[in-house]
Design a protein around this ligand. Structure first.
Ligand SMILES: Nc1ncnc2c1ncn2[C@@H]1O[C@H](COP(=O)(O)OP(=O)(O)OP(=O)(O)O)[C@@H](O)[C@H]1O
Ligand SMILES: [Mg+2]
Length: 366
């Protein structure tokens, strides 16, 4: 129980005030959601301190909620000072939801599209880094077994584990694994369907992803198409959600729709669509050119009843960063394109938190 000496304020009154704050994604108040309880409220004289524990460090309304909590507490009679601390503990999706969970991984997020070359790997890498920059512990699994691009994009030499065997490496604060680590550069790899399933399973379950601290998010970069790798990934572990990357042109969009229906059939929630190569801003004159058209993905998302997660411009330093092994979110986190990835990361994190609450019974008293 909180101290009530020399003060009319009680922890219960503080909680009652805080229960006016709604989580915009979960549509419930933060007290019934368990983000704050009596044990998180400390009253000392006219000082009130409170800790609110969100479900992700990438919460888009973190600062807004903090301010709201501060104002509500200060408005209570007998309160002179209010100190609100925001914390985060990422909860796990998928426990008890069909396939075997990956030990030490709280949430798996798949990045997919039916079409090749639309920017899945670029999004996977930068999304992982953006989530990490918010303070989450993040892993990146390259499930593209025939053409793994994650090593190059992350500046990790191809084939450097060819003799030692596959292990994940730490890079830019991420835990990364790719079959590209064990495949020598230039050697073609021919996989038959069942072998791909085995490869994906091994990447997911045979590596100690959660060693030395659980991962909040494991981002999976999928190859194009409704291939064996995508099916295996969805069947081998509970995926919190898939994000579908597409360019705004009609042909890519048609393929994106196929990816959406594949995930729906596999009972994997689709978090929404990302429009990549949305437009090009000329670095010389600043003129904006909409090479693949613009806005088509937002419209398609609306038609499909899915969320539009954001748009990434076609920008030279996104491509050079990938080729040089320093992704844009790492090399220039303040740039508009890195900020676009950060906003997408917040939406994805919020969607993941929502999945958690759907997967679990509501807390008592809610
Ligand atoms: N927004 C962007 N601006 C500039 N270049 C980009 C952008 N997005 C992706 N690229 C470049 O386009 C190429 C294809 O991107 P990427 O490899 O991420 O696509 P992919 O969908 O993963 O391809 P695949 O289907 O082969 O796996 C890469 O050279 C990448 O650097
Ligand atoms: Mg790729």
């Amino acid at each position: 129980m909180a101290q009530e000496k020399d003060s009319q304020v009680t922890a219960a009154a503080v909680l009652a005030a805080l229960s006016q704050i709604q989580d915009p994604d979960l549509h419930r108040d933060i007290v019934s959601l368990g983000f704050v309880s009596e044990a998180d409220v400390n009253v000392c004289g006219d000082n009130v301190s409170v800790k609110i524990v969100l479900t992700t460090p990438a919460c888009p309304v973190r600062e807004e909620m903090k301010k709201q909590a501060q104002d509500l507490i200060l408005a209570l009679p007998g309160v002179g000072h209010a100190e609100v601390t925001m914390d985060a503990a990422v909860r796990s999706t998928g426990v008890g939801r069909g396939p075997k969970v990956i030990e030490g991984v709280r949430n798996i997020i798949a990045v997919a599209s039916n079409k090749g070359g639309v920017g899945k790997s670029t999004v996977a890498v930068n999304l992982a880094l953006a989530l990490k920059d918010f303070g989450a512990r993040v892993g990146l699994l390259d499930a593209d077994l025939t053409g793994p691009n994650v090593p190059t994009m992350m500046g990790i030499p191809q084939g450097f584990q060819a003799d030692s065997g596959l292990a994940f490496v730490e890079r830019y604060g991420l835990r990364v694994a790719s079959l590209g680590f064990v495949l020598r550069r230039g050697l073609p790899v021919v996989w038959r369907g069942p072998m791909i399933g085995t490869g994906v399973r091994q990447l997911m379950h045979d590596l100690p992803w959660g060693a030395e601290g659980e991962l909040d998010y494991l981002i999976i970069d999928l190859p194009p198409g409704t291939s064996d790798a995508s099916m295996s990934a969805a069947m081998e572990a509970p995926i919190a959600g898939a994000v579908i990357v597409t360019t705004p042109n009609a042909v890519s969009l048609e393929d994106a729709v196929k990816a959406v229906s594949m995930f729906e059939k596999l009972s994997v929630p689709v978090f929404g669509l990302i429009e990549n190569m949305s437009y090009f801003v000329c670095p010389h004159c600043g003129e904006r050119t909409e090479i693949f058209g613009h806005g088509g993905v937002r419209e398609a998302a609306e038609e499909l009843g899915l969320d539009f997660l954001g748009e990434i411009p076609l920008q030279v330093d996104v491509r050079t960063g990938a080729d040089l092994g320093v992704p844009i979110v790492e090399s220039d986190p303040g740039s508009p394109v890195a900020q676009a990835f950060a906003a997408i990361a917040q939406k994805v994190a919020a969607k993941t938190s929502v999945q958690h609450f759907f997967a679990e019974p509501a807390p008592a008293g809610a």
